[in-house]
Design a protein around this ligand. Structure first.
Ligand code: ADP
Ligand code: MG
Length: 390
């Protein structure tokens, strides 16, 4: 689960990480009061969306008058922000963070993540923070400092001080850096975080260290023990279809290809997607209908796939182990009855009650291609979907 910058900064403050003074607003007429509360004469208006790269997408606007702040709010609120990290629809801006403009001297990067390769919590730090950290990581990886912490061990102040010295921080800033990194580490452990990031972590002309941005991703599997985090969820920032799917316990992820897939089991779903790619197609989604699925759930899954705008064909690949193939066939027919069928569909059923399932499909009046072999099924759907023009 992701949260907004303002929520991440709220958590930062609870763990003694310094952030600039800021006010959250959701209507333009709150802007001038917010500027008054913050004081000063430079403000930064920041779109709250679940994506980075907001600066590059025009979602971070520096303003030198209250009028300019109001104009920025007018422009952003209610629109969608497209950044290098969103799709071409972007994400809706419902809230803005108005922040005092800071006297930035240096922009550093500081983050923690789970590194599966080293099986450690890895601290990443760099003197080259700011909007191009991805470029730094790929073009000059030597500028990224890496430090692994054993998940059963602990982070010491000495470790933090050593990273601070590699970032060339003076004594005052080193003390603040230790508090900041210790705070991040504590949030990481206590809240079951998978990624936490401050980019940029700035040093100011006043010799202070401030978290100017904040990003936190939480491990969904551990959310059941963090009610406080769950309440921060903002569904407006999530994929509507993925949410609908999760209500039906369907494991669904939208992709940008053209072939909708319905498969049981995550591994089989991945293999099916690979086969589609291998034969010249591209999957429109990942969908695992689960082991003990029902006709109802299959119908819902089918509906979800069919209503995805870019889908030009559907491949159903079910291996009946616990799930019965005739139930799947019933679900497909139910869904066709409900939402119609206007796309080519290839169904491959194998395993428990496969014969019964295939018979149901073959006897129906719907135009369903059945295949016994998975490779043939993939080739067939790629071929059929090419004939569909949107
Ligand atoms: P994103 O990473 O999504 O682009 P950031 O919050 O990191 O958004 O902001 C982008 C850039 O805007 C920062 O690197 C910084 O240079 C500038 N910026 C952001 N907030 C402030 C602020 N309060 N004062 C001055 N500059 C800011
Ligand atoms: Mg940033």
């Amino acid at each position: 689960m992701h949260i907004h910058e303002y929520q991440a900064k709220g958590l930062f403050r609870q763990y003694n990480i310094q952030t600039p003074k800021a006010v959250l607003i959701s209507a333009v007429d709150e802007a001038s009061k917010a500027c008054g509360e913050l004081g000063g004469d430079i403000w930064v208006v920041k779109a709250q969306v679940h994506a980075g790269g907001r600066g590059k997408g025009g979602g971070v606007i520096l303003c030198r008058s209250v009028k300019a702040v109001e104009a920025a709010c007018e422009k952003l609120l209610g629109s969608n922000l497209i950044t290098p990290q969103t799709d071409d629809k972007g994400l809706p801006i419902n809230q803005l963070l108005i922040e005092g403009g800071q006297n930035i001297e240096r922009e550093l990067y500081l983050g923690l993540l789970v590194d599966r390769q080293t099986q450690k919590i890895t601290i990443l730090a760099s003197t080259e923070g700011g909007m191009d950290i991805e470029k730094v990581a790929s073009e000059t990886p030597e500028k990224i400092i890496k430090f692994g912490v054993d998940p059963l061990g602990a982070l010491s102040t000495n470790d933090c001080a050593s990273i601070a010295s590699q970032l060339n921080l003076n004594n005052t800033l080193t003390d603040q850096f230790i508090t900041t990194l210790m705070g991040l580490y504590q949030i990481f452990i206590e809240k079951d975080v998978s990624l936490i990031e401050i980019n940029p972590l700035i040093t100011t002309a006043e010799n202070t260290l401030l978290a100017l941005d904040g990003k936190i991703d939480f491990d969904d599997n551990a959310l059941y023990r963090h009610e406080d985090i769950v309440t921060m969820r903002d569904k407006s920032q999530e994929d509507e279809k993925e949410n609908e799917a999760s209500e039906y316990q369907l494991n669904y992820i939208s992709l940008d290809g053209t072939i909708g897939c319905m498969v049981n089991g995550a591994g089989l779903a991945m293999a099916t997607m690979d086969l589609i790619e291998h034969h010249g197609g591209s999957p429109a989604n990942f969908l695992d209908v689960g082991g003990g699925t029902t006709a109802d759930r299959v119908a819902k899954a089918f509906e979800l796939i069919q209503t995805e705008a870019n889908v030009q064909g559907i491949l159903v690949n079910i291996f009946g182990g616990i799930v019965r193939c005739d139930l799947i066939a019933e679900g497909i027919l139910q869904a066709i009855e409900k939402v119609g069928l206007n796309l080519p569909i290839v169904v491959r059923l194998e395993g428990t009650n496969a014969t019964a399932g295939l018979k149901l499909l073959d006897e129906s009046t719907a135009d369903i291609h059945t295949e016994a072999d998975l490779t043939q099924a993939a080739i067939k759907i790629v071929e059929l979907s090419k004939g569909v023009l949107q």
